[in-house]
Design a protein around this ligand. Sequence first.
Ligand code: SAM
Ligand code: SF4
Length: 331
Amino acid sequence: MILKDKYNRLHNYLRISLTEACNFHCIYCNPKESHKLSHSEPDILNFDEIERIIKIFLGLGFNKIRFTGGEPLARKNVGQLFERIKKLKEIFSFELSITTNGTLINGNLGELKANGLDRINFSLDSLNRQTFENITGRDKLDAVLKSIKDTSAAGYETTKINTVIMKGINDNEILDFCQFSIDNKVNVRFIEFMPFSNNSWKEERMFDSSSIMEIISKKYKPEPAGIDSGPARNYTIEKGRGKISFISSMTEHFCSQCNRLRITSDGKMKLCLFSPENELLNLSAMLRDKTKTDFDIIKAIDRQLQSKEFEHRTIEELTELKDINMLKIGG
Ligand code: SAM
Ligand code: SF4
């Protein structure tokens, strides 16, 4: 069996939030004043439950699994989870990746690679130490840069960097990030600032992809380099070792190609990044109900998928939604 929604979109990419906790307070995600963990530790899926979910989705033809959060590497004993998932690679063919702020890697890239982690996306919104601290609340720029630099020695191909550009905060670094992609074998992905209920999003703060491109085009001649399987539009810059990309989640949404499902750290399935709490499927309850078989869970997943909308709400509607925060969803 494979999972297709009523618009015939094949779903084969699962993102799992391992924890809501994070050691950063990024202003666009987890501002210091806003966050309280919305569930207690026992509510979080344990490793047996995560493994069972992953197996179910791999059985449904999913071929990409991404761990995210919160900060996925802040999850206690996360290495043990990687070891378990690695064993699944003997049975299923899939790619395992994480999105991380890069500060908790602690030189363990080789070990992560050996444990089956195929790809790492880093979040990095400033190359300036002070701005980095203003955005994240932590003076950790050097630690992140070191982790990024170490990836190729650990055997990783081009590393992706997620950069959220915000007007008046880091928009003065757009060209610095281009230079970073020229000097390093990295793919810098400019992501449009998205509204969530806790992040005091304002339209005036948003810097859309076309405005970013306008700035870049004054200095460089970016050449289109296609799209990956995901939502990014890629470009190369002459003599660049890496590339740049745009993820225009706000101005040119890519819902028509959506192939993703998301699991929150407390085991709820989300059809869309912006699905509100009352539209989630409580997988955790089914996993903990001894009368429910994997087949019951698959039927519930498929039924829920059939209610997936063709596209996400408008910006105006999104800014009205309550109780959607990025830490919980996992990006
Ligand atoms: N802690 C990890 C990290 O920062 O990479 C993983 C979780 S984080 C929620 C996943 C991604 O979501 C990050 O790349 C971050 O930049 C992005 N993100 C968070 N809030 C966002 C927002 N309001 N708009 C756009 N991207 C956002
Ligand atoms: Fe933490 Fe990632 Fe959110 Fe920053 S973007 S607060 S690192 S979860």
